[in-house]
Design a binder for this molecule. Structure first.
Ligand code: SAM
Length: 273
């Protein structure tokens, strides 16, 4: 526990491969007074494996507020507390935000970094930029999902998805962005059946229609590419709107708002038609 002024330790745990547990994480968990964990049965296995016998208390999305008050009391008594989730980094699509938001500035907080599915994934797929957006778990309702894709259409967008919903989500991407939208996907990172794929959304759909789609999944929808194919898609949409008498200016506003296309570019294409 190298940060001697910290009282609350946010500790990352492995996302599959137990060997990805850092020495500092293990040392910290052995030395704090209490470990707040999402599911004590899940954590008990891992902790037992590393000989960590520290007392566990539950901290999950249904008791975050109440537990935060209780943990604050312990911290005021001088106790040191660690927060872990079932896997990966707490607060990243996992419980912990209430605790950090409430206690930040009042107690010493530090993070013991380690596995995180988003970052592991980003480090192993082809990309041309540093920029990305992280959407966590996507909404389940189709038009709400489309709103997320719309909002982030100009930036690579990573999201977590369950194997049961992935094909539906990919179909939604195809409907929204077309056959050639580019996606990348990783399954079972750090585990025995780790798999990573990148390609057009149609290629990935075809692949998973005939190959097993199980386990934990992280996915990315690449930003729209500013290429001729994109221009053709815009032109098609402009033609449809012109056919129902939209003005060039309104067409630019509509396509920019709905699909994130560059407004000036749409306007210029509309003028030229
Ligand atoms: N806090 C975790 C982190 O740091 O990545 C994420 C927790 S979230 C509740 C769980 C989701 O993360 C899974 O449903 C899956 O989408 C993704 N995930 C976790 N472990 C993974 C793995 N080994 N391979 C691929 N995706 C994973």
């Amino acid at each position: 526990m190298t940060n001697y002024t910290a009282q609350l330790y946010i500790v990352a745990t492995p996302i599959g491969n137990r060997a990805d547990f850092s020495m500092r994480a293990i040392e910290t968990l052995k030395n704090v007074d209490v470990i707040a964990c999402e599911d004590s049965r899940t954590s008990a296995n891992l902790l037992e494996h590393y000989g960590i016998t520290t007392k566990l208390v539950s901290y999950h999305k249904f008791n975050e507020k109440q537990r935060t008050n209780e943990l604050l009391k312990l911290l005021k008594e001088g106790k040191k507390i660690a927060l872990i989730s079932d896997a990966g980094t707490p607060c990243i699509s996992d419980p912990g935000r209430v605790l950090v938001n409430e206690l930040f500035g009042n107690v010493g907080i530090t993070s013991i970094p380690g596995a995180c599915a988003v970052i592991t994934f980003l480090s192993m797929i082809p990309r041309n930029t540093e920029e990305f957006a992280f959407a966590g778990f996507l909404p389940r309702v189709k038009n709400q999902q489309s709103k997320v894709f719309e909002k982030f259409s100009n930036i690579d967008t990573v999201f977590y998805e369950s194997p049961n919903r992935l094909l539906e989500t990919l179909e939604n991407i195809r409907e929204f962005r077309g056959d050639s939208a580019k996606v990348a996907l990783a399954r079972e990172l750090t585990k025995m059946f780790e798999e990573v794929k990148a390609g057009s959304v149609s290629e990935i759909i075809d692949y998973y229609k005939t190959n097993p789609l199980k386990g934990e999944i992280v996915c990315m929808l690449y930003a729209r590419e500013n290429n001729n194919e994109d221009d053709m898609e815009i032109v098609e949409k402009i033609k449809k709107l012109k056919a129902v008498n939209f003005s060039d200016k309104d067409i630019a506003t509509v396509l920019c708002t709905l699909y994130g296309f560059n407004k000036n570019k749409v306007y210029k294409l509309a003028l030229a038609l």
